[in-house]
Ligand binder design. Sequence first.
Ligand SMILES: Cc1cc2nc3c(=O)[nH]c(=O)nc-3n(C[C@H](O)[C@H](O)[C@H](O)COP(=O)(O)OP(=O)(O)OC[C@H]3O[C@@H](n4cnc5c(N)ncnc54)[C@H](O)[C@@H]3O)c2cc1C
Length: 472
Amino acid sequence: MLQPRFGGNALRCVANKKGLTGLNTFEVRWASTSAVPRGKTETIQIPSQSLKQHPLAAMPTGMLLRSLLIATVSSNKFLLIPSLHLLSFFSKPDRSYLFNIDRNPVLKALLKRTLYNQFCAGETEKETRACVKQLKDLGFKGVILTYAKEMVFDHKSKSPNHHTSDKFVEEGAKAVANDTDIEAWRVGTLKTVDLISEGDILALKTTGGGPAVAESFSKGGLPPQQMLDALDEIAVKCKERGIQIIVDAESQHWQKGIGRTTLELMRKFNTDGKAVIYNTYQAYLKITPSVLAQHLAEAEKDGFTLGLKLVRGAYILSDDRTLICDTKEDTDNQYNGIAQGALRQQIGDFGASGPNARPFPSVNLFLASHNRDSVLSANKLHRQRLEAGLPTVPVAFGQLHGMSDEVSFSLLAEKGENEMPPEVFKCSTWGSMGECVGYLLRRAVENRDAVLRTKDEFAALRAETRRRVFGA
Ligand SMILES: Cc1cc2nc3c(=O)[nH]c(=O)nc-3n(C[C@H](O)[C@H](O)[C@H](O)COP(=O)(O)OP(=O)(O)OC[C@H]3O[C@@H](n4cnc5c(N)ncnc54)[C@H](O)[C@@H]3O)c2cc1C
């Protein structure tokens, strides 16, 4: 049995239970410490050395096998391309009964057991709660939960793809509200807040508020007052409950309005030296460094904390390609440049020296990425700066539920003895099959484009499956 060291304070290790998660759970009776009375038994979880060598050891077997199945399809173009065409076909909201995933039970069951369960938390509150618990039991700091209702703007057809759902409309319509889409989104989002707890994060897709909201965003403006009131109510509730909010970045068509709205929320709620609200910055957009510079200037001027969630960007298929960096390498450089700049507290003129230098404002960084190099190098830089007593900003990491588990668990294992692991979150979505299908399609396209990463993931999952089967 692996015996951890407890700085000499533990009288004895009472039991060592290796749970489903693969984490070693130790029950320890303490000799005495300032914090724990003598003789008190405590349960603590420590990732074992084997977890460092085999990060996927923490995955339950059912989850491992489903991930292996999805990775097998994703890493093989002869399986992936037809699957993508099928998914794209089903993602159109106006399909007849036979091809409607919310109405055809056979189609629904097939998709549910595979793609849906791999990437989404649940269709009902009960299913979602169970999934949130399972993710936290795996050792993650918390979950980022989002309600799937959204619109995706197709730049080529110049039209939004909007799944209407009556799930919350009836409930919402009882309230005094004139826009039932906004009301349904408000009720659905407040329900999402009830599914998570302190330390978790709520992610918002604001175009889920429907056509009136999207129209304001497309003009670069703030949404209707009813939506602003809903956002305010949600933010107040989250702040009271210790839940942070991430406003997701969406299609470029709407992004200016979304960014403007989020900036106002940050100005109002990020006033206690930490971010309650995060804005999402898409590193693949050529314009992002200048948008970020404007937001840093606002944070410095008005003294609020900028919640900087950084992603590469998920709408390459539907957005105007000319707005996006010309090459993947350009996107990577922009992503790593912003991430490392924030950790060094130096982005453009902010935190620089010289005649145009401006103070670096308060920033909380959230790195949402599956790119192993980006996240591990950022975590390393953060640790080095903390150890050297150099200025840096708080950082947390996030990967999507069902993707890059090897990266997530490798990050969790990146810690020295007696150190807390980095803050790693898993991000999941809940909603009906119809509401989630656009999200599923983006995940599938991402897997197609990230050929190398998908192959690496497949190899890691296959190796872990072999290790369990053959006990190597
Ligand atoms: C927790 C979490 C939250 C997210 N939230 C959002 C969100 O709010 N909004 C959003 O848009 N996305 C979001 N994403 C998705 C994200 O934007 C990326 O699509 C996804 O994470 C893949 O990028 P990567 O950083 O993991 O790394 P990689 O797999 O290394 O990079 C793939 C990405 O590089 C870019 N890229 C690929 N090819 C090219 C090319 N030829 N030229 C230029 N760029 C290219 C694309 O952005 C592509 O998605 C989120 C991801 C995570 C993990």
